[in-house]
Design a binder for this molecule. Structure first.
Ligand code: VGL
Ligand code: ZN
Length: 233
């Protein structure tokens, strides 16, 4: 059994000048599904709700049985976190500030550790998920990526986990396309993985054009954009 349909392999890879047979060789044992931040905070009614966020749940549930390895991520902030607008006098959500690692978008308070808002959606059905990566828990630093925090130095350990299990290809899904999904996908590329983002299994925040910008950056780094129907389930 292989994960990508051969028509998908041609469609996705043809335009990239890559060997069309490459995708046809992806075996479930060497691939992982990464489910990024499908948490109450990012769903309707949550503190940083992404439009249409809950629509990714049935798509991800439908993909899950095809995967032997599933990793879940969970945005997991302290109260008074450096990424919260409320931490700074005179700052409002969706403005930015400069922190010592670079520009930080300031968000409404969201995904605070131990709250129901921070819980992973109970509607997800991921029987083979074994690892939850919690990120953004250092009070002074954010972490959009599942692989490294915003200083681009502090590793979460996910790369080591995947490599130790012989995983070469990752399929990234979840929320939000233009922040945690995009940073996770691009870091995965940087770390040497083959990376597919399953577009209809994601939704974006789209702050000042960030969604189109994220797809442009991801594509430029060799991240492949596919649909859930391209995966053999
Ligand atoms: C995210 C903004 C702030 C995400 C997390 O999961 O994309 N976005 N924290
Ligand atoms: Zn966050």
């Amino acid at each position: 059994r292989t994960l990508l349909k051969s028509t998908a392999a041609l469609g996705v890879l043809g335009g990239l000048g890559l060997p069309a047979f490459a995708a046809g060789k992806i075996k479930p044992g060497s691939a992982a599904l990464i489910v990024v931040d499908v948490q109450n905070c990012f769903l309707e009614g949550g503190t940083l709700a992404v439009k249409g966020g809950a629509e990714v749940v049935p798509v991800i549930n439908q993909l899950a049985p095809a995967f032997e390895n599933i990793v879940v991520t969970q945005d997991w902030h302290t109260a008074g976190h450096a990424s919260f607008a409320s931490t700074y006098a005179g700052k409002k959500p969706f403005e930015t500030t400069k922190l010592n690692y670079g520009t930080q978008v300031l968000w409404p308070d969201h995904c605070v550790q131990g709250t129901d808002d921070a819980n992973v959606s109970k509607d997800l059905k991921l029987p083979t998920a074994q690892l939850i990566i919690r990120k953004g828990f250092h009070k002074e630093m954010d972490s959009y990526s599942a692989f490294e925090e915003a200083d681009h130095k502090t590793a979460t350990g996910l790369a080591g986990y995947l490599k130790a299990r012989g995983i070469k290809t990752v399929f990234v899904t979840g929320l939000a396309t233009d922040f945690c999904v995009a940073w996770t996908a691009m870091d995965a590329r940087k770390l040497g993985f083959e990376v597919y983002v399953v577009e209809d299994a994601t939704r974006g925040i789209d702050l000042n054009g960030s969604l189109a910008a994220a797809w442009k950056s991801m594509t430029a780094k060799g991240v492949k954009r596919i649909q859930s129907t391209d995966i053999a389930t």
